[in-house]
Design a protein around this ligand. Structure first.
Ligand code: SF4
Length: 424
C-alpha cells in the first residue's frame, strides 16, 4: 500500500505525516490491519528496538473530585463504586513504588484526583518524591496532580520529579462536550508549564468517547506540537455511574489503527498504551506492542488491569523485552536535549527516562485532568472481579454501543487504599 510505504519513510525520517495521511490510517479496513501494524512496527523498532518500558501507577488520593470530566469515575456526581481515600503517606507511597519496581517498572506515576494541587499538596508530594527516591534507587518519578499554578512545576522539579503528566484527552473542538469545569486551554497551559520547568512532559489522549476520526487526528497533531516526551493513549473505560458508561464503540482493530496513527505522527516519542488496554484490545494486546513502546504494569487508578505477571509473559511471548533501568528510553537526539526534560532513562546528564503515563488523570494515567484510559470503574462493590481471560474469550469483536459491560470493567479492590497486596 503506497500510503503505508510513505508513512514508514516519513517515520524513519521523523517527518510529520499530513492530516490526510493520518486520517487514511484510521480509515483502513480490518482486512488491512496487519499491514498497518507491520508498517508502524518498522517505525517503532527503528526508534525503540524491541524494548517495552513499564510504568507503575500509584493513586495517591482517590475519588471525590469537584471537576466534571465525563469519562472519570472520580468526577463530581460519580456513583461508581470506586475506592475513595485521601492522601497516601510518603512511606505508603514508597512501599507501593517498591512493589511496582520489583515487578519490572522503571517509572512510578504519582496521581491524585482533583482540579489541581494546593501549595500544601505540592509540599506533600515533594516529601513523597524524596522518600521514594531515597528508598528506591534509580526510580523515575512522574507527578500527575492536575492543573498547575505558577511555580508549582518548578517546585516539583526541585523535589526530584522527573516528569509531569497532564493529558489533552480530546480535540479542542470537542473538549467542552466532555468537561465544563476547566478548558482545553487550561490543559495546554499546564503541559507548557511542566515543559518550561524542565520536567519531561507527558501528555496524551482518550479514544472511544464518541469522537470523530478528525477529532483524534486533531488531538494527536496538537500533542505533537506540544512536543511531549511521552504520549499515553487511553481507551475509554466506560464506568457504570459516569455519563459515558454506555459509550462502547471501540474494537481491537480500531484500537490498533489509533495506536498506529499515533506512532506515525509521533515516531520518536514514547507511545504508551494506557488505560483500557485489557478492556478494548483484549486478546490482540500483543499486536499493540509492535506499535507502542510502553505500558502500565498491573492495575490502573480505580480499575484493575491484568496481573503484572501476565504483562511480563505477554511481552516475552511477543518477542519483546522489558526495558532496564540502565537503558535510555528515548532516541539519542531526544534524550540529549534539554537538561532536565529529555527523558531517556537515566542518562548521566540527568534526563529522566522517557515520560510517564499519567494524564492528569486518565485512567491509564489517571484522571483527565487526569487521563482516561484506565481509571475508574464502576462495578457494584459486592461484585467479584471478573475473570479477564474468560471475559476476553467470550467477548464479540464488534462493539456494542449503548450497553454497559460490567463483565469487562472491574473496580480496583487491591493495592493502595486497601489492605491487600497490589498485583504488580
Ligand atoms: S479526570 Fe481528574 S480532574 Fe477530571 S474528574 Fe477525574 S480526577 Fe477530577
Amino acid at each position: 500500500m503506497d500510503l503505508l510505504n510513505t508513512l514508514v519513510d516519513k517515520g524513519l525520517r521523523r517527518e510529520l505525516p499530513t492530516r490526510e495521511e493520518a486520517l487514511a490510517v484510521l480509515a483502513t479496513s480490518d482486512d488491512d490491519v496487519l499491514d498497518v501494524v507491520a508498517a508502524a512496527g518498522k517505525v517503532r523498532r527503528h526508534w525503540f528496538g524491541r524494548r517495552v518500558k513499564l510504568n507503575y501507577l500509584i493513586n495517591m488520593k482517590s475519588g471525590l473530585c469537584p471537576e466534571d470530566c465525563s469519562y472519570c469515575s472520580q468526577r463530581l456526581g460519580s456513583t461508581a463504586g470506586i475506592l475513595k481515600y485521601t492522601w497516601l503517606k510518603p512511606d505508603e507511597a514508597s512501599e507501593a513504588a517498591a512493589a511496582g519496581l520489583a515487578g519490572g517498572a522503571k517509572r512510578v506515576c504519582l496521581v491524585a484526583s482533583g482540579r489541581g494541587p494546593t501549595d500544601r499538596d505540592v509540599d506533600r508530594v515533594s516529601a513523597t518524591i524524596k522518600t521514594i527516591k531515597d528508598q528506591n534507587e534509580g526510580v523515575e518519578v512522574c507527578a500527575c496532580l492536575g492543573l498547575l499554578s505558577e511555580g508549582q512545576a518548578e517546585r516539583l522539579r526541585e523535589a526530584g520529579a522527573d516528569a509531569y503528566n497532564h493529558n489533552l484527552n480530546t480535540s479542542e473542538a470537542t473538549y467542552g462536550d466532555i468537561t465544563t469545569t476547566h478548558t482545553y486551554a487550561d490543559r495546554v497551559d499546564t503541559v507548557r508549564k511542566a515543559h518550561a520547568a524542565g520536567l519531561s512532559a507527558c501528555s496524551g489522549l482518550i479514544a472511544g468517547m464518541g469522537e470523530s476520526d478528525e477529532d483524534l487526528v486533531d488531538v494527536v497533531f496538537s500533542l505533537r506540537e506540544l512536543d511531549p516526551d511521552s504520549v499515553p493513549v487511553n481507551f475509554l473505560i466506560p464506568f457504570e455511574g459516569t455519563p459515558l458508561a454506555k459509550e462502547w464503540n471501540l474494537t481491537p482493530q480500531r484500537c490498533l489503527r489509533i495506536l498506529a496513527m499515533v506512532r506515525f505522527v509521533c515516531p520518536d516519542i514514547e507511545v504508551r498504551i494506557a488505560g483500557g488496554r485489557e478492556v478494548h484490545l483484549r486478546t490482540l494486546q500483543p499486536l499493540a506492542l509492535h506499535l507502542a513502546n510502553s505500558i502500565f504494569l498491573g492495575d490502573y487508578l480505580t480499575s484493575e488491569g491484568q496481573a503484572g505477571k501476565a504483562d511480563l509473559e505477554m511481552i516475552a511471548d511477543a518477542g519483546f523485552e522489558v526495558e532496564g533501568t540502565g537503558e535510555v528510553t528515548l532516541p539519542e537526539h531526544r534524550a540529549a536535549r534539554a537538561g532536565g526534560g529529555g527523558c531517556g532513562s537515566h542518562a548521566e546528564a540527568g534526563g529522566c527516562g522517557g515520560s510517564a503515563g499519567c494524564g492528569s488523570h486518565d485512567e491509564g494515567g489517571a484522571c483527565g485532568s487526569h487521563g482516561g484510559g484506565g481509571v475508574c470503574g464502576s462495578v457494584p462493590a459486592a461484585a467479584p472481579a471478573p475473570d479477564k481471560a474468560a471475559a476476553a474469550v467470550a467477548t464479540a469483536a464488534e462493539p456494542v454501543v449503548g450497553e454497559a459491560r460490567p463483565d469487562l470493567v472491574a473496580v480496583r479492590r487491591r493495592g493502595t487504599g486497601t489492605d491487600l497486596a497490589p498485583n504488580a
